[in-house]
Design a protein around this ligand. Structure first.
Ligand code: MTE
Length: 325
């Protein structure tokens, strides 16, 4: 992104902890993880949904559409190779720094040009629609990609609850502002809070999901707990994390990265191998699939709309995608 270009990403960043954790630490961690999983199950049995969805808790899901059978990115990489600048600009920083991030209580306001504005408690969001497992490709603007089994449901299910008015043309997403908990927000790396936006028809598209988990469990904090969006045909930065506000508006929102560097990050940011980032090519990507160190991963061609062209290309019919990048 603005701070690091792909060439700056050290190969060591891709296997951050795994490489140096001693077996003993690993075993202790595994035992703790097992214990918290068990605790989660117990709470589930006790019918206490307010607790069970804390990071790591098991979620029951149904298989969702648009899946791919490409090799999954290992859980370890999905949860230790993160962009979450509110915590750190290092890829392995958020996992450690977000460890104690509080995701309960948590509310998401859905407001603006809607008939029925509403504040949703996170536990109501979890129950709003059946949770689906959606295995999506995830392409970061920096040139790496993953395949992640997200858990969520169409964002449209939430938006329909508030009845958007005819005047609403865009949706703006706001991440929590909490510098006490988020060390990155104590520096002016970006203009906080992190804001993203979609056109309303993009937000209503069945591929766009409201995401509450991955790998069958509640979202780890570093991946945007307790709720984020996932928009798989766009560069990863459009998928804002840890949301507290969703606003329907008439004008195109000013998203954080576009505001920070307008010539580098457009509003649309559809994955497009034909339109280079001003500082690097977008033609190829390194798929993080557990096969080796970052620098040794063979590059593969990037596909238009991240391979979801059949589903979404018609949203942009007639638009010059070099201009609206
Ligand atoms: N959302 C917030 N609030 N802050 C961020 O720094 N980074 C974005 C996006 N959402 C970011 C964010 C970028 S650049 C990417 S690639 C994805 O989150 C990374 O999501 P992941 O860590 O779950 O892979």
């Amino acid at each position: 992104m603005l701070i690091k270009k792909p060439a700056d990403v050290a190969s060591s960043e891709i296997t951050p902890k795994r490489a140096y954790l001693s077996r003993r630490t690993f075993m202790a961690g595994a035992a703790a993880a097992g214990a918290s999983l068990l605790a989660g199950r117990k709470l589930l049995e006790m019918g206490s949904p307010a607790q069970v969805v804390e990071a790591g808790a098991k979620l029951s899901t149904v298989k969702g559409p648009f899946g791919t059978d490409e090799k999954l990115t290992p859980y370890k990489d999905v949860t230790t190779y993160n962009n979450f600048y509110e915590f750190s600009t290092d890829k392995d920083g958020p996992a450690a720094l977000a460890k104690d991030f509080r995701t309960r209580p948590w509310q998401v306001k859905v407001e603006g040009l809607v008939q029925k504005p509403r504040t949703f408690d996170i536990d109501d969001i979890l129950k709003l629609a059946p949770l689906e497992e959606r295995v999506y490709r995830h392409r970061c603007v920096e040139g790496w990609s993953m395949v992640i089994p997200w858990v969520g449901y169409p964002l449209s299910s939430l938006l329909k609850q508030v009845d958007p008015l005819g005047k609403a043309k865009y949706v703006e997403f706001t991440t929590i502002l909490d510098p006490k908990q988020m060390p990155g927000q104590r520096a002016r790396i970006l203009d906080w809070p992190y804001i993203e936006g979609l056109r309303l028809d993009e937000a209503m598209h069945p591929l766009a999901i409201l995401c509450v988990g991955l790998y069958g469990e509640a979202l780890p904090n570093q991946d945007g707990a307790p709720v984020r969006i996932v928009v798989p045909w766009k560069y990863g930065f459009k998928s804002a994390k840890s949301l507290v506000k969703i606003r329907l508006v008439e004008q195109q929102p000013i998203n954080t990265w576009n505001q920070a560097a307008p010539s580098e990050y457009g509003f649309y940011s559809n994955v497009n191998p034909q339109v280079d980032h001003p500082r690097w090519s977008q033609k190829m990507e390194r798929r993080i699939d557990g096969s080796g160190f970052f620098a040794s991963i063979k590059k593969i061609p990037t596909r238009p709309f991240n391979g979801y062209g059949d589903q979404v290309a018609q949203l942009y019919a007639g638009m010059d995608l070099r201009k609206y990048f």
